[in-house]
Write a protein that binds this ligand. Structure first.
Ligand code: C5P
Length: 420
């Protein structure tokens, strides 16, 4: 893929060198377009050495190749990291006074901006309005991370980690490629249809400890849950992501609560819901139905007696059904809206869909996302096929086979249609 990596003038420009590295190592052809100000922080030599291509900031270099429009026209993705308040203001108002802003105007490729600045600048009404305008036009503006800033102060405004930026940008580019050529005439109509909503997503698979080194687990990778969280953040939701043992870069703009076991997930979910204000819960996580009845404080040892080939018997007890509990606890109020997942294999008593329909009734949630699982089916894969089921309709909607980010889009389209 041809990527233009724009770098604006902020101290976080040094982190863009890592972003560049990750992109080139993944095989992408990257042209770096720094602003003049960016070169105060990291010089041309670094960008040229790491990208293997000449670098310029100006529209006046290499006039015969009409670089100021060609770069944008030929790009499959334009990523700006860091995007300063000034760069976003210029982009929002269509200024074209250097190579990066002309590229932003000339491109039809997806544009991803990763802002970094002091909290005051990020929260200033001018920046807030510019970000809103850019998002309305279909630009992806990643939420900055919260944490230590340049001086001793801290707050929102930190550049997200390079891995998270690259992951987000490549997901956006893959989604755009899957959707086909974009209609450049205007914004996507429902772009921010989760703005003002608080969404809680669980992702991954729980681990039920047996002793200090062993656990009972499952094959969930967390890919689908992360895609669901990422899509919610892109649509403007405040996202809390409870993740159980996921080894993926955290999607930008999500508050992450790490957990290990089903009991941890139960405790954290209940604490978040008890604080109030949750609009939607999506239980994507594969939660263990059972856990060992006893936890051994020391590692369980093999017996070594003469002729003693015995093995311990692990007694299991049931875990709380978190999803069913959430539905029960919300009572007649009907909020939050709750989405369950069902990983089914089908058996002699019924196929995936009949098991899913029974599960929807048992759990009482508002939408059930069912899929067929097997050792190399769904779990850990980038693509899947799911069926959406509603309690108020006999209809079943099938999505896929397609990538998990497209499935996340379909799930949120369905949820948004049901929200008050
Ligand atoms: O009963 P089953 O495990 O098939 O249900 C799957 C759905 O229920 C998923 O949404 C999962 O997150 C949720 N679940 C739960 N608590 C459990 C088991 C599953 O919330 N103990």
């Amino acid at each position: 893929m041809r990527v233009v990596l724009g770098v604006a003038g902020g101290i976080a420009a040094y982190k863009a060198a890592l972003v560049l590295r990750l992109l080139t190592e993944a095989g992408h052809q990257v042209t770096v377009v720094p602003t003049e100000a960016a070169l105060h922080f990291v010089g041309v030599a670094t960008w040229e050495a790491l990208s293997g291509a000449p670098v310029s900031t100006q529209v006046w270099d290499d006039i015969p190749s009409v670089r100021h429009v060609r770069l944008g026209q030929e790009a499959d993705l334009v990523l700006v990291a860091p995007a300063t308040a000034d760069l976003m203001a210029r982009a929002a108002h269509g200024l074209a006074d250097d190579l990066l802003t002309t590229t932003l105007l000339a491109t039809h490729a997806p544009v991803v901006l990763a802002p970094a600045m002091h909290t005051e600048m990020w929260l200033h009404p001018a920046t807030v309005a510019n970000v809103a305008l850019l998002r309305e036009r279909g630009v992806t503006v990643i939420e900055p991370a919260c944490g230590r800033l340049t001086g001793t102060d801290s707050g929102p405004g930190r550049l997200p980690e390079p891995e998270a930026i690259v992951h987000e940008a490549l997901t956006v580019a893959a989604g755009a490629a899957a959707r086909g050529p974009v209609d450049a005439s205007g914004p996507q109509p429902d772009h921010l249809d989760l703005a003002g909503r608080h969404v809680v997503v669980s992702a991954g698979g729980t681990r039920e400890p047996l002793d200090p080194v062993r656990f009972l687990g499952n094959r969930s990778s967390g890919k689908q849950g992360y895609a669901v969280a990422q899509e919610a953040a892109r649509r403007g939701a405040r996202v809390t992501l409870i993740c159980a043992n996921v080894a993926l870069p955290v999607p930008a703009g999500c508050d992450v609560v790490p957990v290990e076991s089903a009991l941890d997930l139960h405790r954290e979910m209940n604490a978040i819901v008890a604080r109030g204000g949750v609009d939607v819960i999506v239980m994507t996580a594969a939660v263990a139905d059972f856990r060992p009845a006893h936890y051994a404080e020391q590692k369980i040892k093999k017996t070594h007696g003469e002729g003693d080939e015995s093995a311990p018997v692990v007694e299991l007890v049931r875990n709380p059904d978190i999803l069913a509990g959430l539905v029960q606890d919300r009572g007649v109020a009907g909020t939050p809206y709750i989405v369950g997942f069902a990983a089914e294999t089908g058996d002699e008593t019924g196929d995936v869909l009949s098991h899913a329909r029974a599960k929807l009734t048992r759990k009482g949630c508002d939408l059930l996302v069912a899929n067929k699982v097997g050792i190399s089916q769904t779990f850990g894969q980038d693509t899947s096929t799911v069926h959406l089921l509603w309690p108020y309709s006999e209809e079943t909607r099938t999505i896929g086979p397609t990538d998990k980010s497209r499935i996340a889009i379909a799930i949120w389209d369905a949820v948004v249609a049901d929200l008050p």
